[in-house]
Design a protein around this ligand. Structure first.
Ligand SMILES: *[C@@H]1O[C@H](CO)[C@@H](O)[C@H](O)[C@H]1NC(C)=O
Ligand SMILES: *[C@@H]1O[C@H](CO)[C@@H](O)[C@H](O)[C@H]1NC(C)=O
Ligand SMILES: *[C@@H]1O[C@H](CO)[C@@H](O)[C@H](O)[C@H]1NC(C)=O
Length: 392
């Protein structure tokens, strides 16, 4: 009796171990890594099985190139699985005719998922033909974000490579607890609107060990983001890391507790930027640290721009409503491609407060001319090495 009971217990434990994970391979649902067979339906079937599984599920994508010819949504609201890992060894490629996805918002969308990991692989947005349409001045669709994640939590994106998105490469919207690590993003330095990672209304997002080269912001931080951690990011070419644009809406959630540390900008239009519309808004920015930043030939290494009003349109009173408070710039060093290396251009109606400059060491690339700083409606303190001299 005793021995039999013991054996049964062992059997249950080991089968529970083996059965705690179930793997679905997209090729067994008809996906083909041949580069031209549309695998959208196969991916959706694999997702449906993974989502319905009562166990942890793995969706395996072997090496090969899989065409996803239309926009695809992985919806999670009815999932039973405790977690889903999409393990990609191959490349997912968008259709070469941009019209097939360009008005869909996103090419690959995750909606209301939780405990989802996307690991490895490449997402190729094939955006070049849409970029040429846009730069030719013709009227063109706005384009699709390559990977959009909405209303989701406990997400990990690891070792993923994104290339040539039509528009944003990654969008994180209304999510909590998201970790991006070892992600690589690349698109031409002159491709329009190809932001690397755009964040809206999300909390506890971490971006580490990531390399971004695009034609727009490497990372853009929209309204409503809190507890964001950005570390070990290499940016360039591109427009830098930007908080904003903020303050388009009158009622707009604020941006709070943002850390950007150990980041390098190479040949970018901006380094660390905060940008708000010059219009009325109850939005705010508070508790931001930019630390240990290397600037290499950056046009505007440190910039707050509260006068954003393209074509002088839609900014009736020109004083930005967004209040910027408690921003630290610490150990920011390297070279500026313009003479004004530090520009703090705040709102006349809502001056910046609590700006701290500590050990800022920036030289103008043009020999024999000193770097300068320029302040408007900015208050705070400065300490340590201050090159250019502080204007606070
Ligand atoms: C998953 O469950 C839903 C109902 O909850 C059902 O409509 C769908 O067919 C199921 N998919 C699979 C692959 O079993
Ligand atoms: C600020 O955000 C970090 C994560 O980026 C978090 O660890 C920390 O607890 C947050 N601080 C507050 C006061 O919420
Ligand atoms: C800027 O130039 C000064 C004077 O040549 C030099 O001492 C300093 O180290 C330079 N700063 C950086 C970040 O290279």
């Amino acid at each position: 009796m005793k021995i039999a009971f013991f054996v049964i217990v062992i059997a249950v434990v080991s089968s529970a171990g083996a059965a705690s994970k179930v793997t679905y391979d997209v090729t067994s649902f008809g996906a083909k890594g041949d580069g031209y067979t549309d695998s959208t339906k196969a991916f959706l079937s694999a997702w449906s099985y993974a989502c319905n599984s009562t166990k942890s599920a793995v969706i395996n994508v072997p090496s090969g190139t899989y065409l996803l010819a239309t926009a695809i949504t992985f919806a999670g609201e009815r999932c039973k699985s405790s977690s889903i890992m999409m393990r990609i060894y191959g490349t997912l490629v968008a259709p070469s005719n941009y019209n097939a996805i360009a008005t869909s918002g996103d090419w690959i969308r995750f909606h209301r998922v939780s405990h989802v990991t996307i690991s490895g692989g490449t997402l190729d947005g094939q955006g070049a033909s849409l970029w040429s349409c846009k730069t030719s001045g013709k009227s063109c669709p706005s384009g699709a974000t390559t990977l959009g994640i909405y209303n989701s939590n406990n997400i990990v994106i690891s070792g993923l490579k994104l290339v040539n998105s039509q528009m944003f490469h990654i969008l994180i919207d209304a999510c909590a607890n998201v970790k991006l690590q070892g992600v690589t993003i690349s698109a031409s330095g002159v491709s329009p609107n190809t932001d690397g990672i755009h964040l809206i209304s999300s909390t506890d997002v971490t971006i580490v060990s990531t390399k971004i080269a695009t034609g727009d912001d490497c990372i853009s931080i929209g309204p409503g983001n809190t507890n964001l951690w950005i570390e070990k990011v290499a940016c360039g070419p591109g427009h830098g890391i930007s908080i904003g644009s903020l303050g388009w809406q009158l009622e707009e959630p604020g941006v709070q507790n943002i850390t950007v540390t150990t980041v390098t900008f190479r040949g970018t239009q901006n380094g660390v930027r905060i940008k708000t519309w010059a219009r009325a808004s109850h939005g705010f920015v508070t508790g931001v640290s930019f630390q240990h930043v290397t600037m290499i030939n950056v046009k505007n290494p440190i910039i707050i721009d509260q006068r954003y009003c393209p074509d002088n349109n839609n900014c009736p009173n020109q004083a930005a409503g967004v209040k910027i408070k408690n921003v630290l710039y610490e150990d920011i060093h390297g070279t500026s491609d313009t003479q004004v290396a530090v520009k703090l251009d705040c709102s006349q109606g809502n001056p910046c407060a609590g700006i701290r400059l500590q050990d800022v060491n920036l030289n103008y690339t043009s020999v024999d001319k000193p770097a300068l700083s320029s302040c408007a409606y900015a208050a705070g303190s400065a300490s340590g090495i201050l090159r250019p001299t502080s204007c606070l």
